[in-house]
Design a protein around this ligand. Structure first.
Ligand SMILES: Cc1cc2nc3c(=O)[nH]c(=O)nc-3n(C[C@H](O)[C@H](O)[C@H](O)COP(=O)(O)OP(=O)(O)OC[C@H]3O[C@@H](n4cnc5c(N)ncnc54)[C@H](O)[C@@H]3O)c2cc1C
Length: 354
């Protein structure tokens, strides 16, 4: 997907693109790829690995199956079967803080922009977040009590309508989606063990601030896919797979720290953090320089990896930024160093044959 940039603007546009639409595009792309077999209604129930192979037990509509493969990638979400069966672990914390989230389609609402309300009159002591999305859709998040919420009851009682009206005013609206969620900040200490890899929520679960969940899952897949493709076609040695954990695990650690800090500002879990947050908000109204401490989320940005390590087998071709395919007359430049600009990278790639 390409987004056009307006040369008059200093920054690219802020784009809210719904996850369900992103997933439809991804599945369409998978179906169009002749080398991929997509098995729906199949559930992984167990997986094990040895030095040479991965063996998976799968429940299918036609009965149980055993699948043998060279590698397995667990993209099976926060409750990952791959993660639990292969001993990756999952560490971090869950917060006792709950949000009620809805999507509504409303024309001409009383507001026209993204708003974050701290302690508003219509949700005293708590937070309300309002994001515009394409097609006149608004995402509204209300911080609610820590007890589980009965979504159907909340809707039937008219409380959802009261909440929506307090934010959007009087225009007619359609309620498209209503759900609840609570925060978790969890991460597997490793993203690769032997022939098994984790990607997406199977490897890391962040609080939603900063839009780093799905975005970083896609970046995991992007980082791993080319490595597996080159190894499976015999172009490079399997050692290149080691770079996945080396690059993506520290990125997940950074994402976790960033989203955790924002979560603690948006919905402080203790009196001390609440006091500090409120002091920052109060001071920021008077002192502009304090506004940078208002942490409403640092949006997802591409990871910056350190200088690449050479994973290839060819000693003669080793350099800090190249991986040498088997048999080498060609070199494949795969990384850019931390301080390298896109322009420098393009200039360097222009002289490289792959
Ligand atoms: C309120 C909220 C707002 C969010 N907002 C954003 C945002 O703005 N931007 C963003 O980037 N992220 C956001 N996220 C995070 C994002 O939704 C997740 O990070 C993303 O869905 C993770 O994708 P995934 O494919 O790794 O896991 P999942 O979406 O959990 O998908 C896992 C898949 O694996 C399947 N599966 C599970 N177990 C098995 C099994 N045993 N066998 C076969 N299949 C199995 C499941 O059926 C599912 O299809 C938000 C999350 C929440 C809760």
């Amino acid at each position: 997907m390409h987004f056009t940039a307006d040369p008059e603007e200093r920054f690219p546009a802020f784009v809210n693109y719904a996850q369900r639409d992103t997933e439809v595009l991804l599945v369409e792309r998978l179906r169009a790829e002749s080398r991929i077999t997509l098995l729906v209604e199949h559930r992984l129930t167990a997986v094990e690995q040895d030095h040479d192979l991965v063996r998976a037990q799968v429940e299918s509509p036609a009965g149980p199956l055993q699948v043998e493969a060279a590698y397995v990638v667990g993209c099976d979400g926060a409750g990952s079967t791959v993660r639990s069966h292969l001993g990756f672990g999952f560490e971090g914390r869950s917060y006792d803080i709950r949000f009620l989230l809805c999507d509504v389609r409303a024309h001409k609402p009383a507001i026209a922009e993204r708003r974050l309300h701290f302690d508003p009159p219509f949700n005293r002591g708590r937070t309300v977040l309002v994001h515009p999305a394409p097609d006149s859709v608004w995402h509204i998040d209300w911080q609610v009590g820590s007890d589980p919420i009965d979504v159907a009851e909340e809707r039937a009682s008219g409380r959802v309508d009261e909440r929506v009206r307090a934010v959007l005013g009087d225009p007619p609206y359609d309620l498209l989606w209503l759900t609840t969620y609570s925060f978790r900040s969890l991460k597997a200490p490793r993203m690769r063990i032997g022939r098994a890899f984790l990607a997406g929520d199977a490897a890391h679960v962040y609080s939603p601030y900063g839009a780093r969940g799905l975005n970083s899952g896609l970046a995991d897949a992007d980082n791993l896919a080319w490595r597996l493709a080159l190894v499976l076609t015999g172009a490079v040695e399997p050692t290149v797979l080691g770079g996945y954990d080396r690059e993506r695990e520290p990125t997940a650690r950074d994402n976790l720290a960033i989203t955790d800090t924002t979560a603690r500002f948006m919905a402080p879990p203790s009196r001390r953090l609440r006091w500090r947050r409120d002091a920052v908000l109060a001071a920021s109204r008077l002192v502009p320089s304090v506004r940078r401490l208002v942490n409403s989320g640092r949006f997802y940005e591409p990871a910056r990896y350190g200088p690449a390590r050479t994973d290839g087998p060819c000693e003669s071709e080793r350099s800090s930024r190249t991986i040498c395919p088997r048999g080498c007359p060609h070199r494949l430049v795969l990384y850019c160093a931390r301080n390298e600009s896109a322009q420098d990278l393009r200039a360097r790639l222009a002289g490289v044959s792959t």
